[in-house]
Design a binder for this molecule. Structure first.
Ligand code: BES
Ligand code: ZN
Ligand code: ZN
Length: 496
């Protein structure tokens, strides 16, 4: 939609953006901003229903060139999520109008809600920034000479309320992290190889003030990264682990939170090759890692928590050659657990196992959160509405639930149980990477991972296979990657 969205530091805007609730007229403070009365009239037109994201416009003869009045939905079930959707709708309308500047004044309507509604204005402002920032995302990089490029403008966002402005700035920062994740997800597998991601990580780290170390080649053997080595064996594009580290100005000595991302730059299934249409779109099998990457950007530039955060991106391409790992291979991991490979398409859990054992042994983690497009089964179970979450630690789970509420990146708890762990037993090694039965597929994935996390360490596994992409042109999204997880993780980290 836009080239970029930024908070303006001076000047005035050509378009004014006001808000109202379903069935309500413009509030007096909003009305004052357009003394011609055109905006107030527009808000009473029949099409100005006030439904979340309904936008009507007015053209006053003085003051602003245009006024947009956006609906925030029912007063009674108002939440920051409504602001996020409304802001995305405003972004779409501004792009259509080819606007290059907008004065956001929707807080006047929100401020009229009664005290009992317990409105968190900062969260509303952040959601507005997220909506505006996320709707700006596009991916034109690979359009060639046969396409006429869309000319896109930059949007300057103005706001004269200092508090709302601070929230907008936070939201724009979170949106930037999300958009970084989306851009990486969208980048095709012949470009976005593990080495490419490592070089992008180094660039991002330099700009954002993070430390970045890449483990590759012999270092993978030295540190016994069994999953990365085996899954990545068949590809010319060699595997690596990217380690990003955020160190706070204060609170350096606390134990870090560790974020682990499945970053499969392509998942062909390996020798257990994906058939039918199953392979198309598997460039997005890196989206767990992309979300972690985007979250680290937002953490370093916007959230700035008082606790260290470490990110481990487990990067490999699951390909096919005479060197490929095979069904029947038995491999041993750093923590001594042996795995009989029964299906080379259950590769994500193998690279995550390296990340989890590394985190436990080397990072002294306060908690570990892993994020992965792990199973087709989670899509069957939860669709694109919730990501699957496995977390038996009450405190970590509460923080993730709050983060999910704040970001509207929803997670639904699924169970761990000793019986699921038993399903993973192998007749010749400790465990198999895929059980012979299809039942409880996403839970099998979580059960497998549990063999690689030390018992006393709080841990959450989040399966985003259903939420990482969308085919809908709706709200903050256009068809393609959603960047799901970047905001969820950043919000979670802020709560530690
Ligand atoms: N990358 C896939 C999971 C996936 C499916 C992601 C659909 C996004 C959309 C994963 O590596 C995989 O192939 N999983 C198999 C596991 C099975 C072989 C045990 C699956 O879910 O079918
Ligand atoms: Zn797979
Ligand atoms: Zn995969």
């Amino acid at each position: 939609m836009f080239d970029a969205v930024q908070l303006a530091t001076r000047g005035s805007a050509r378009v004014l953006v006001l808000a109202h609730f379903k069935g309500e007229k413009l509030d007096p403070d909003s009305r004052k901003l357009d003394p011609t009365g055109h905006a107030a009239c527009a808000a009473e037109r029949p099409e100005a229903t006030g439904e979340t994201g309904t936008v009507v416009d007015a053209f006053p003869e003085k003051g602003h060139d245009r006024v947009l009045v956006v609906g925030l939905g029912e007063k009674d079930d108002f939440s920051p999520a409504a602001v996020r959707s409304a802001a995305a709708a405003v972004g779409r309308a501004l792009a259509k109008a080819k606007a290059d500047s907008a004065e956001i004044a929707i807080h006047h309507a929100i401020a009229r809600l009664p005290k009992s509604a317990k409105v968190d204005m900062h969260a509303c402002a952040s959601a507005a920034g997220e909506g505006l920032g996320m709707i700006a995302w596009n991916y034109d990089t690979l359009r060639g000479s046969a396409t006429t490029k869309k000319d896109r403008t930059k949007l300057s966002v103005h706001c004269d309320d200092a508090k709302f402005r601070a929230g907008l700035s936070r939201g724009l920062g979170l949106a930037e992290g999300t958009n970084i994740a989306r851009t990486l997800s969208q980048t095709p597998p012949n470009i976005a190889t593990p080495a490419y991601l490592a070089s992008e990580a180094k660039k991002m780290a330099r700009k954002a003030g993070l430390k970045c170390t890449v483990y590759q080649g012999k270092q993978l053997e030295d540190h016994k990264f069994t999953g990365l080595i085996n899954v990545g064996k068949a590809s010319e594009n060699k595997p690596c682990m990217i380690r990003l580290e955020y160190t706070p100005a204060r609170g350096k000595s606390k134990d870090p939170l560790v974020l682990v991302g499945k970053t499969m730059t392509y998942d062909s299934g390996g020798l257990s090759i994906k058939v039918g249409g199953g392979m198309k779109g598997m460039k997005r099998d890196k989206d767990g890692g992309c979300a972690v990457f985007g979250a680290m950007h937002a953490i370093a530039t916007t959230i700035k928590p008082n606790r260290p955060v470490v990110a481990l991106l487990m990067c490999a391409e699951n390909s096919i050659s005479d060197e490929a790992y095979r069904p029947d291979d038995v491999i041993e991991f750093r923590n001594g657990v042996t795995v009989e490979v029964t299906n080379t398409d259950a590769e994500g859990r193998l690279v995550l196992a390296d990340g989890l054992t590394w985190a436990c042994a080397k990072e002294s983690p306060a908690a570990i959160i892993d994020m992965a497009t792990l199973t087709g089964g989670v899509v069957v179970a939860l669709g694109s509405v919730y990501a699957g979450m496995w977390c038996d630690d009450d405190d970590l789970r509460a923080k993730l639930d709050q983060a999910a509420d704040a970001s509207d990146e929803r997670v639904w708890r699924l169970p761990h149980h000793a019986e699921y762990r038993s399903m993973m037993k192998s007749p010749i090694a400790d465990i198999v990477n895929s059980a012979p039965v299809r039942e409880a597929h996403p839970i099998q994935g979580a059960a497998f991972l549990s063999y690689f996390v030390e018992k006393n360490i709080p841990w959450a596994h989040i399966d985003i296979a259903g939420t990482h992409a969308t085919d809908k042109d709706k709200g903050c999204f256009i068809p393609g990657p959603t960047g799901f997880g970047a905001r969820l993780l950043a919000e979670a980290v802020e709560r530690f």
